[in-house]
Design a protein around this ligand. Structure first.
Ligand SMILES: Nc1ncnc2c1ncn2[C@@H]1O[C@H](COP(=O)(O)OP(=O)(O)OP(=O)(O)O)[C@@H](O)[C@H]1O
Ligand SMILES: [Zn+2]
Length: 639
């Protein structure tokens, strides 16, 4: 049944129902236009010669008086009145009993059937979803992406060269399956792309199809999962049928974990349907010849939950990891997405790539998009570095909260807090260089100092950890120095949390404590990771626990002392930076260094951009995080 026919049938039924209703309501109306008279009265009128003609239909009598007025009456079952009519010269017509009402009668007797049919069709349509795709129940929901969706090639995928290399072989096979057949090589039927969200798994799969110029069917694992038993399995069957008709081609199953979860791993019962679907998938994958030219590419970010049967040879036996990009990868991905954007000459892709550790391909695409939108809002012809910087902060920390009302006192306190971080960082050679400091509130942070590593960090040195601890404490120390012990705010909670996490990692994981030695304390990674107290950890004795806690405390205290020493010795510089922040709100690393040399920042006054940022591009880096987190840690907006 195709969609057009279904639509037609539906409208036909609705039309029929309307006609039937119309007839039903119409008939009594017509009747009321005639006189309805009792049979006895009718007979009297006949006797009196007032009736001109009658039509007898079963027991119903209709006719006209000599006055031409119409009437109608009903005769009792066995009344013999025709003789009387004849004797009075009335014209008598007769009709078979049901003719007059045959249409209505038929409709009434068919009505229940029609209603049931209508409901059935309606339910079927509902089950198909509103997508309007002309596919039947139990048919696969796989979508065929065509040229109209835009052709994707390996050119569009950047920064994951190893995955592309691995897939190159599949491209060659799809281009000329016969060649491989002749040589008897075994081509994998299934490829599993494994990686975190947004790293370009879907994009890569599409690029394989684009490179090989073959059809690309895409479906999500969750599309197979239906409430009706057997539907998922029949969708799988249908999908493979479609694919075979279009071979060579690619089937892409996104989120395969939705169907491919370990059998029997679900919560409670009721997983029969999913298991049936999975079984069907396994059967189909075994069932087609490797040379039929259908390649299945599946994606997941949870390979660990997949049923082992899926990973056996002949199924998804090839796994390709698609990781988050490294610094050069980020640069390449940024360049791919910047192709569509008119760039100002000051845009430095390398700096952006350095400032976005942990970003996925999708995050980077989002960053470029945000920057373009910002540039449009600022009515610029080109997208400048300032937009990219702001977009980066927005993606990383949340939108600026320029409307947040801060009292002068709070603003001053924030400025000194951030200046404290910045100054400590400046005087710690092991710290990453400052990228910028700002007191514009963003997300949960009231301000932040960003430092940028020169290159992606693979490991942390002891010196760098110590420097990071000192920088983290710098904010609080500055507050205490300038405003006094009692005026200290909760604003440093983010710093304290970050410092504690780092100190704990140094003591229990990195082996950086002399007292504890290079041992792993606390087997429970998660506890350590979450920054929870390990107090109840059964692997650590009470005494060891006390030692661990003491070491963590001593690391943080050392950081505090270092910060205190630097800030006390350089109090003048602290005031200079804080005043600079109060005046300009945002200072780049270079501007801070210039300020300390007595050179104020140069601001473009006729620049209409809402952010008072220098047009000079900061070349030095900063590190991410609201009041800076340390290597490998999540950004910690400081409140
Ligand atoms: N390596 C990359 N090169 C270029 N663009 C990328 C890359 N990775 C991601 N993107 C961009 O991010 C978008 C989203 O990526 P995609 O949907 O392919 O990610 P995914 O890994 O399939 O994510 P998910 O696991 O959430 O489905 C892409 O359309 C693309 O524009
Ligand atoms: Zn801080």
């Amino acid at each position: 049944m195709n969609a057009n026919f279904r639509n037609f049938a539906l409208w036909a039924i609705i039309a029929l129902l309307l006609v039937a209703l119309f007839q039903l309501f119409q008939s009594p109306g017509q009747r009321s236009a005639t006189d309805e008279v009792p049979f006895s009265q009718f007979m009297d009128q006949v006797e009196r010669g007032e009736v001109r003609d009658v039509t007898v239909q079963g027991q119903q009598i209709t006719g006209h008086y000599t006055s031409t007025r119409a009437f109608q009456s009903y005769a009792p079952g066995n009344a013999q009145f025709v003789e009387t009519l004849r004797s009075k010269n009335v014209v008598v017509n007769a009709r078979p009993p049901s003719e007059n009402f045959s249409l209505i009668g038929a409709l009434i007797s068919w009505l229940p059937m029609l209603i049931i049919l209508g409901i059935w069709i309606f339910v079927m349509r509902q089950m198909q979803g509103s997508g309007g795709k002309a596919m039947g129940f139990g048919k696969s929901k796989a979508k065929l992406l065509t040229e109209a969706h835009g052709r994707v090639t390996f050119e569009d995928v950047a920064g994951i060269d190893e995955a592309k290399e691995d897939l190159q072989e599949i491209v060659e096979f799809l281009r000329d399956p016969q060649k491989f057949q002749r040589l008897g090589g075994r081509i994998p039927r299934g490829v599993l792309l494994v990686g975190p969200p947004g790293t370009g798994k879907t994009l890569t799969a599409r690029a394989v199809a684009g490179e090989a110029n073959v059809p690309f069917f895409t479906i999500s694992g969750s599309d197979f999962v239906e409430m009706f038993v057997g539907v998922g399995a029949s969708r799988v069957r249908d999908m493979f049928e479609q694919a075979k008709k279009n071979s060579p081609c690619i089937i892409f199953i996104d989120e395969i974990d939705a169907v491919g979860r370990h059998r029997g791993a679900g919560m409670g019962g009721g997983n029969d349907e999913r298991e049936q679907t999975l079984n069907q998938l396994l059967v189909e994958m075994d069932g087609f010849e490797p040379n039929e030219g259908v390649i299945i590419i599946a994606a997941t970010n949870r390979p660990d939950v997949l049923d082992p049967a899926l990973l056996r040879p002949g199924r998804f036996d090839r796994q390709i990891v698609v990781p988050n990009p490294d610094i050069t990868g980020r640069e390449k991905i940024l360049k791919v997405h910047m192709r569509k954007v008119p760039l100002a000459p000051d845009v430095n892709v390398k700096t952006l790539a350095r400032g976005t550790p942990g970003f996925s391909g999708a995050d980077l695409m989002n960053l470029v998009n945000e920057a373009a939108l910002l540039a449009a809002r600022r009515s610029r012809r080109l997208v400048t570095m300032a937009e990219f910087e702001d977009a980066k902060d927005k993606v990383m920390m949340g939108a600026e909260r320029r409307t947040l009302v801060m009292t002068e006192e709070e603003k001053k306190l924030t400025a000194y807090h951030e200046a404290g971080h910045a100054l400590v960082a400046l005087h710690q050679p092991a710290s990453d260089p400052i990228h910028k400091a700002t007191i514009i509130p963003r997300g949960r942070a009231l301000g932040m100092v960003m430092r940028l590593p020169e290159k992606d960090q693979v490991s942390l040195t002891r010196a760098k950890c110590k420097a990071d601890l000192a920088v983290a404490m710098g904010g609080r120390v500055a507050e205490e120095m300038v405003f006094g012990y009692e005026k200290v705010t909760s604003g440093a909670s983010g710093d304290i949390q970050m410092a504690t996490k780092l100190a704990r990692a140094m003591a229990t994981q990195f082996g950086m404590s002399d007292k504890l030695g290079p041992l792993l304390y606390g087997e429970n990674q998660e506890e350590a990771f979450m920054g929870h107290s390990m107090g109840k950890n059964q692997h650590v004795s009470d005494e060891t626990q006390k030692m661990v806690d003491a070491e963590i405390k001593s690391f943080v205290n050392q950081g505090y002392e270092t910060a205190n020493k630097i800030l006390t010795e350089q109090e003048d510089e602290l005031h200079t930076i804080a005043k600079g922040l109060l005046e300009y709100e945002t200072l780049s690393g270079e501007e801070i260094r210039n300020l300390l040399d007595g050179k104020p920042p140069v601001r473009d006054t006729d620049d209409d951009q809402p952010i008072g940022r220098a047009s000079a591009v900061p070349t030095a880096g900063v590190k991410r995080g609201g009041d800076e987190p340390s290597g490998g840690m999540e950004p910690q907006p400081q409140g």
